[in-house]
Design a protein around this ligand. Structure first.
Ligand SMILES: C[S@@+](CC[C@H](N)C(=O)[O-])C[C@H]1O[C@@H](n2cnc3c(N)ncnc32)[C@H](O)[C@@H]1O
Length: 240
């Protein structure tokens, strides 16, 4: 007897397509633009350039943060804080703590990103951000483990190690979703994914979105299989 097979590619295509139809898409796009404007001047204040996420990735990160409604979030690779703000604004109804670290830089003050163009309710989320400058992911993960923190969402925009994977397994909640930037070619997202998939066998991969012009996005997800839920409703049972 045959089964009802769903491949990672099939699920990936449907997932991003539906996410783009979210009722929050316009808000995410508008926030992503404002976040880009407020963070862009920061590049000049940094001693070196490291690259930041694209507007498209910022929109998707915002929507992912809304969709998965995490309480505790970890970001690896703060740099100018563009992705941090996208996660914070999208997840403003659920996020209690957003830990973010950067191993190279220690020159970001999130309070200086408070623009009058951004609504107060969004700027208030900045109080939930805990920035760890000049801190590698391994050191922060060890600290979170000691504190007994359980993470629901981890955004990785840096390079993680095998030691990070070991500690992650102890600080991830059962519903923890991993979001990987630069998942293309032989970039760090692919290298991270190979390491993480090896460490966490019960997760399935959501490949990056394929845009209208056929250029792929570069955010991939690793989602615990136990989160997969079938619904008989036409729409999602969550407000997206
Ligand atoms: C591409 S930038 C991050 C861009 C940022 N997410 C944004 O949207 O503005 C990558 C940053 O990650 C940091 N990094 C790389 N690997 C790291 C690690 N294992 N722990 C902490 N920081 C790391 C680098 O110092 C660099 O500043």
């Amino acid at each position: 007897m045959t089964k009802f097979w769903l491949s990672e590619r099939m699920l990936s295509r449907v997932f991003w397509e539906e996410l783009k139809f979210s009722i929050f898409y316009e808000e995410a796009a508008s926030d992503a633009k404002k976040i880009a404007e407020v963070t862009a001047p920061k590049v000049n204040e940094f001693p070196a350039e490291a690259g930041s996420i694209s507007i498209e990735s910022s929109i998707y990160l915002w929507l992912l943060s809304k969709y998965f409604a995490p309480r505790n979030v970890l970001e690896v690779g703060t740099y100018i804080g563009r992705s941090t703000l996208a996660i914070a604004f999208g997840g403003r109804d659920s996020i209690e703590q957003l830990y973010t670290c950067d191993g190279t830089f220690d020159c970001l003050d999130f309070n200086t990103l408070k623009s009058p163009d951004i609504e107060k309710v969004k700027l208030d989320t900045i109080t939930q951000i805990q920035y760890f400058g000049k801190t590698m992911s391994t050191a922060l993960l060890k600290e979170l483990k000691e504190k007994g923190v359980k993470l629901d969402l981890v955004f990785i925009d840096g390079r993680v190690s095998n030691e990070d994977c070991n500690i992650l397994s102890e600080v991830m909640s059962e519903r923890c979703v991993l979001v990987l930037d630069d998942f293309e070619g032989v970039e760090k997202g692919v290298v991270n994914a190979m390491m993480l998939r090896n460490a966490f066998r019960g997760m399935f991969l959501v490949n990056p979105a394929v845009e209208k012009n056929s250029v792929s996005g570069n955010l991939a997800l690793l989602v615990p299989t136990n989160l997969l839920t079938l619904t008989r409703q036409q729409g999602l049972p969550v407000n997206m």
